[in-house]
Design a protein around this ligand. Sequence first.
Ligand code: LLP
Length: 417
Amino acid sequence: MDYFRYIDNRLHCEQVPLDQIAEAVGTPFYCYSQGTLERHYDVFRNAFANARHLICYSVKANSSLAVLDTLARRGSGFDIVSGGELERVRRIGCPGSRVVFSGVGKSASEIQAALEQDILLFNVESHGELMRINTIAGRMGTTAPIALRINPDVDPVTHPYISTGLRRNKFGIPHPKAEELYRLAATLEHVQPIGLDCHIGSQLTTLEPFVDAVKRVKQLLIKLRNQGVAIRYLDLGGGLGIPYDTHEIPPHPERYAQALLQELEGLDVTLILEPGRVIVGNAGILVTRVEYVKDGEEKRFIITDAGMNDLIRPALYDAQHTILPVMRRFDREEILADVVGPICESGDFLARDRILPEFHPGELIAVRSAGAYGFAMSSNYNSRPRAAEVMVRQDRYAVIRPRETIQQLFENEVLFG
Ligand code: LLP
């Protein structure tokens, strides 16, 4: 449930009409509903209320400070994948004890910075990384708390680019090699193996893959404990999907939690969860203005001022974001159309081959479900300044990131010679 809805045929974010924000801020802009963010976080947290757990929101989904701050105030911890994300969560005052560090390629300086912040857990993805963390922690005279990220080889049945838990993916330590690496970790002086981690993919719309993965890691956890490795944390990653269009209905967080907790019954462990999309995806939309409308031979092209540099998901994953008019009118015919951006690539579309109401130049379009991996994946391709971001709370809004200026685009550049 989110707080984007029509009031008198005018699309609102909470109580603020989106056309009013567009007039003041210009287009394109991302708009987040703070009430929705909080609601999604609360629903997720409440689903796990009966289990000892820590929610570590996955910063990569949307790393804007106002989003992180909203969730931190709710008690969220954070899952980070870079030194930049570490610095973001530090900026909003989150203590290291609520931070886990994931990712296959942690650099030496990132590891050192995370140790300086006393983070809760490094999710280690290779033998090389384990040895590197041990060396750096030794040099700093400290011990690093670690989990090994296991690749359980289960099929998450999602887009290949966002599947991570298959044998052929680069992520994690192959399940058959995990025990050996834990045994090695236990002998190292400057790492302390206290956790077990897995994340199998993103935008999962069924529970079975999660359950299969939990079964596998649970068996491993019990085996490790029997061998004297004191695993206290079980990190199950993120990945729960959201509805992008109406015929794709992923399980409610309540059912997701029930399924996981049922598998883990009797296991004395602190659960860590790393949800990203399910918290922020439907708490945000992208608002763009129609520049031109032109008829191709087969269909109409609605050309907007937002392009693939603003929202790359349709181009990259063939994602189906719902397209809505900001002003709903009932006198419009439905037509077959592509919503495309101004970028010089045929892959630059926000929606393809959709039946949509006719749009006219100057009108506003809302692209739904754009809160996760929207702004966070945006770029300056075609030397386009990145969009503004706005957050709404009830009847108030604020620009949480002004639109980039042309000047900012080349501020760090120098001529050669
Ligand atoms: N934990 C780890 C270790 C991850 O790699 C990810 C996402 C998450 C948690 C959060 O997953 P979520 O709950 O958001 O599914 N750009 C793609 C999604 C990439 C996901 C990468 N990892 C997209 O736009 O669909």
